[in-house]
Design a protein around this ligand. Structure first.
Ligand code: GLC
Length: 543
């Protein structure tokens, strides 16, 4: 692995620490649990892990509300545990990317506790404070993603503060140079600890419009976005003024200048804007901004060859020397097997989805459990933990169904995740897909995942090649990856029905079937037609 460019085309396995492995029997996963599973993670043949937040937090948003950026929350362990985790991961050639929630803190952070006291303390302008309108109402029409108005009243200051997410997640004021410096100091603390990079949470939310202009209304037919539809009034606005402000690029450049002092460290931005593909391109241009970014484009319900092609082509047309990272699942959305698979999800489909994700041009985030093909876990209202789900039930059930514990051993209590009842229930369906069951089955989703990633490491064209789409039947996603003189044709049948691909002027040189997807096409290869069984994948070198 090249120590500086490892991230280009790399596969990053996302660990949701509450749910990977509980080592101390409190029902919640922890850092020692991650360490215990590093051999397993290494066996997947991924390049890195991204660990969702494990910093000190009141856990109102399960760690995305940080009250001390430089401390490990006792729920997850100690700093010594984290140092051990880095060392153990590095021994196994796994890079460690941590989450940095820069745009907002917890309301229990010392900065906010000071800021809220008065209008004239040292940190008075570290958050976004505004006077009420003459009628006492909020300064403008901005809404919070997790429900309700984005402004909360602070009696001591007789002012409102801004929160784009929960009211316990006040937004920092990035217009203040002192805030930016304080944030960068925290980031540097972790660079000195030896982390290999940062996933930058909600990076588009750092700045707000200082004039506090109202967001314009969005017509009904355009109300869609990151995992919500018009069930959430947040979708009723164009978010021109509360996020993705032009100043963000300047901050990203300050951050990159710091990161550059630690060779090999990378930044991965989470982008959510009115035109996320354009923002991904803008934020990753040149050598001075983010290394890579992902957006919610493949995290929605849209699943068709046309949609995936259009998304990737639109990005490719604008990204220039920027770099994408693709994800089809994470801790914020319904599990992909259910979201895209609906009733048809089966192991063949899930193997194909993983292979497709690993074959697009860019880096990849693969969410824990996707190597097992886990489906969305059913959660009852009285089991809900996620405040987002509690606010929008029953139209939107929140994010708990994708955050349930990993099933390790079918026959053990709580599927080997914990000795105690876990913080979220483990579904019966997950237990029958446990790691030990899949390890024993050479055709399992898990073994296919491992095999495919081992094979991919040998295919430079999949890691670094260009991508051009090819016209095909509406159920078929077809593209050619090109690196130098090497050209690889890649086909996915996204439907359960058999389909065909007409080669036309493409000349197949070598059919590749050692990637472990075991779909057995070779005998079906006719002179000019490739027969694609339902949910199959096809790889070949072409002239
Ligand atoms: C990001 C995280 C999400 C969190 C939110 C607020 O979107 O992925 O889990 O709730 O930011 O920090």
């Amino acid at each position: 692995m090249n120590q500086v460019t490892w991230w280009r085309g790399g596969v990053i396995y996302q660990v949701y620490p509450r749910s990977l492995m509980d080592s101390n029997g409190d029902g919640v996963g922890d850092l020692q649990g991650i360490i215990a599973k590093l051999d397993y993670i290494a066996s997947l043949n991924v390049d890195a892990i991204w660990i969702s937040p494990f910093f000190k937090s009141p856990m109102k948003d399960f760690g995305y509300d940080i009250s001390d950026y430089l401390e490990i929350d006792p729920l997850f362990g100690t700093m010594a545990d984290f140092e051990q985790l880095i060392e153990q991961a590095h021994q196994r050639n796994i890079k460690v990317v941590i989450d940095q929630v820069l745009s907002h803190t917890s309301d229990q952070h010392a900065w906010f506790e000071q800021s809220r006291q008065s209008r004239d303390n040292d940190k008075a302008d570290w958050y976004v404070w505004a006077d009420p309108k003459d009628d006492g109402s909020a300064p403008n029409n901005w809404l919070a993603i997790f429900g309700g108005c984005a402004w909360e009243w602070e009696p001591r200051r007789q002012q409102y503060y801004l929160h784009n997410f929960l009211k316990s997640q006040p937004d920092l004021n990035f217009h203040s140079p002192q805030v930016r410096q304080a944030v960068l100091n925290n980031v540097e603390f972790w660079l000195k600890k030896g982390v290999d990079g940062f996933r930058l949470d909600a990076i588009t939310f750092c700045y707000h419009d200082e004039q506090l202009r109202d967001n314009p209304a969005k017509p009904k037919d355009q109300r869609q976005g990151r995992g919500f539809s018009e069930d959430n009034p947040y979708a009723y606005q164009y978010h021109y003024y509360n996020n993705t402000r032009p100043q963000t690029v300047g901050f990203i450049e300050e951050l990159r200048a710091l990161i550059n002092r630690y060779p090999g460290a990378v930044t991965l931005g989470e982008v959510s804007s009115e035109d996320s593909l354009a923002t991904m391109a803008e934020y990753t241009q040149g050598e001075d901004r983010l290394h890579m970014a992902y957006s919610f484009e493949l995290l929605t319900d849209d699943f068709s060859a046309a949609y995936i092609r259009q998304t990737v082509e639109e990005l490719e047309a604008s990204i220039g020397d920027g770099w994408p990272c693709w994800a089809i699942g994470n801790h914020d959305v319904q599990r992909v097997a259910t979201r895209w698979g609906k009733q048809q999800a089966n192991p063949t489909m899930i193997k194909m989805l993983n292979a497709m994700l690993f074959s697009l041009r860019g880096s990849v985030c693969s969410y824990q459990g996707e190597e097992l093909g886990l489906t969305e876990a059913p959660i009852e209202f009285n089991q809900l933990q996620d405040p987002f789900g509690i606010a929008f039930w029953p139209m939107f059930k929140g994010r708990d169904g994708c955050r349930t514990p990993m099933p390790w051993v079918k026959s053990e209590d709580n599927a080997g995740f914990s000795h105690t009842q876990p913080w979220l229930p483990i579904s019966a369906q997950h237990i029958s897909s446990a790691v030990d069951v899949q390890e024993a089955d050479s055709e399992s989703v898990l073994n296919s995942y491992r095999h495919f990633l081992a094979w991919r490491k040998q295919q430079n064209v999949l890691i670094a090649g260009d991508i051009q789409f090819v016209n095909a039947h509406p159920n078929v996603l077809a593209f050619v990856r090109t690196l130098g003189s090497q050209r690889m044709l890649v086909l996915f049948n996204l439907s359960i029905q058999q389909s065909q691909f007409e080669l036309a002027d493409i000349k197949v040189n070598t059919v590749l079937d050692d990637h472990g997807l075991a779909t057995g096409h070779q005998d079906k290869l006719q002179p000019s037609t490739i027969v694609l069984p339902g949910f199959s994948s096809f790889y070949a070198f072409v002239d």
